[in-house]
Design a protein around this ligand. Sequence first.
Ligand code: ATP
Length: 215
Amino acid sequence: MLDVQHLNAFYGPAQALFDVSLQVAPGELVVLQGLNGAGKSTLLKSLMGLEVRTEGRIQYQIDAQAKPGAIERWDTARRARAGLGYVAEDRRLFTDLTVRENLRIAAGRDAAALEVRALDLFPALKAMLGRRAAQMSGGEQQMLAIARTLMTAPKILLLDEPCEGIAPVLVESIRDALLKLKQEGLGLLVAEQNQLLASRADRLVLLVAGKVRGS
Ligand code: ATP
């Protein structure tokens, strides 16, 4: 469970998020919507402790047995180790490395089992394990970026516009993979305008000029 309370975010003196509160429960797909510049990317970065200064409370409970703890002072690596997985809008793949190398480079414990699971979710990648990421389409790269993040065995996935600019057939594959992960109990917070995904959300959260509309 991720519980964000009264979050403000700043780039230098400029405030980009205002009093944002939201929750993502295990097995829940929350889709974050809003115009360009509304603050969707900033919210995901804030949750990962990247690039932006924040005020407010971010509580994270790794599973039902664990006690919720405040993570807003943790650095990015610690948040990732605790189970927050993030795929940036620009995907940040190693484009000179192959699919398999991109997966292995992210792997911690249980790498073999995690790789099987990631490739089962994205069967299209199985046929191109030896291909360099630079030679893949945008949609294939997006699948690889998500698969790579799955190699860290996240409990919560934060995805920034995974379907943007991607062929509809690959959007369907990505949507189906995300729905499977949700069934497995992952919590998903996805910034996304594409209706193929948004229509399957448990909850839509609309950001307008850095504020959650309706709160
Ligand atoms: P998009 O869909 O265009 O990515 P978004 O909803 O993700 O939009 P953000 O990228 O989070 O919006 O931007 C929110 C606000 O923060 C905007 O006013 C933007 O100009 C500002 N902003 C984003 N990144 C930076 C940065 N690195 N430095 C300064 N201001 C920034």
